[in-house]
Design a protein around this ligand. Structure first.
Ligand code: ASP
Length: 342
């Protein structure tokens, strides 16, 4: 019996058409997408399809939409062997990260893919991405278990752990990288899986978490950043946590006013997290004097997590309203392979 895969179309370039009046790209509906890829009939996988009522550009994705996708997967979990989420590439790394936390006990593949050119254009990268993503979602090992029992991104011949990906290019077909974790598979003449990089098969049952706390912000440090700027951002009403994207191995200015602005936020119970703005490598708080104050203030180091994964994890963990100490501990422990213990 052939494997079954559910396609979940959320929007993105993969299914966009140029608006005849303005030329700007807008999402088309699922029926058109299937018309564009007659090859789907020949992949040897039983396909189901569903779509957001209003497909969206991924720049419009909100945390509530992550939950919407997780819920669709939860509702249809027992009907299919795997899931392919068609999604815009712009915020795909955020959605993939969030799904990896929301889908606890996942034992089936959830593969996100999209494309840089719409599926109807002649040089499109969409067909290969879509067809191989389906193949990965349907792949089983010798014991008939899912080959990739985790949330992954497939793009341009590479399968990557979703919560390790970053979008690194606005135009190249090779738009994603996984700087701190090896590829889960490479597609050439054969699809070659690196089993040592893939999460081990966990035992279910699936638990879909449906709550995220979106009262989270990101402040990117830059040379010349002022205490006033930081104080304004940290003064946003209702804020629960802020990710500081820092220099190098987790460093920032030593200016006492800047540190004072952070201290006042900490005194108001706002969690601060330290994520490097480097594409690869990890935060090592306290290694330089320029991160000493972060240690003293109880800023939570995010190891080698991407900004995308750290943001989604923060929103996910805060939804359970943990005590401050428990939150810091849970941030430091891997949930779905999103960080490497140092
Ligand atoms: N703006 C598009 C989106 O993220 C780009 C893409 O699909 O690659 O929805």
């Amino acid at each position: 019996m052939s494997a079954s895969v559910l396609l979940i179309y959320t929007g993105g370039t993969i299914g966009m058409l140029a608006d005849p009046r303005t030329g700007a790209m807008r999402p088309m509906d699922l029926a058109h997408l299937e018309e564009q890829v007659p090859e789907l009939e020949r992949v040897g996988v039983r396909l189901g399809a569903t779509a957001f009522e209003q497909p969206i550009d991924s720049s419009d994705m909100r945390p509530a939409d992550w939950v919407r996708i997780a819920r669709i997967i939860g509702d249809r979990y027992h009907e299919f062997d795997g899931f392919v989420v068609l999604h815009g590439s712009d915020t795909m790394a955020y959605t993939a990260s969030a799904l990896s936390f929301l889908l606890e006990g996942l034992t089936k593949p959830v593969i996100l893919t999209g494309s840089q050119l719409p599926i109807g254009t002649i040089r499109t990268d969409a067909k290969e991405n879509l067809i191989t993503a389906i193949e990965v979602a349907a792949a089983m090992d010798e014991q008939g278990r899912a080959m990739v029992p985790e949330v992954a991104v497939y793009f341009e011949y590479r399968l990557m752990r979703g919560n390790r990906t970053v979008k690194v290019h606005a135009e190249r077909f090779e738009a994603f990288r996984s700087p701190n974790w090896p590829a889960l598979a490479e597609a050439g003449v054969h699809l070659r899986y690196d089993r040592s990089a893939i999460l081990p098969n966990r035992s279910g049952p699936l638990k879909v978490h449906e709550r995220v706390d979106a009262r989270v912000g990101v402040i990117r440090l830059f040379p010349g950043i002022t205490a006033e700027w930081v104080r304004h951002a940290l003064g946003t009403p209702g804020l629960s946590a802020v990710l500081l994207t820092t220099f190098g191995s987790g460093n920032g200015p030593t200016d006492p006013d800047f540190i004072g602005a952070l201290r006042s936020a900490r005194e108001r119970g706002i969690h601060l997290l330290n994520v490097t703005q480097c594409v690869g490598g990890r935060v090592d708080q306290g290694r330089y004097v320029t991160s000493r104050a972060f240690v003293d203030l109880g800023v939570i180091p995010c190891a080698d997590m991407t900004v995308e994964a750290a943001l989604a994890k923060t929103m996910f963990l805060l939804a359970a309203d943990p005590p401050a100490g428990a939150f810091a501990q849970r941030m430091a422990a891997p949930i779905a392979g999103e960080l490497t213990l140092g």
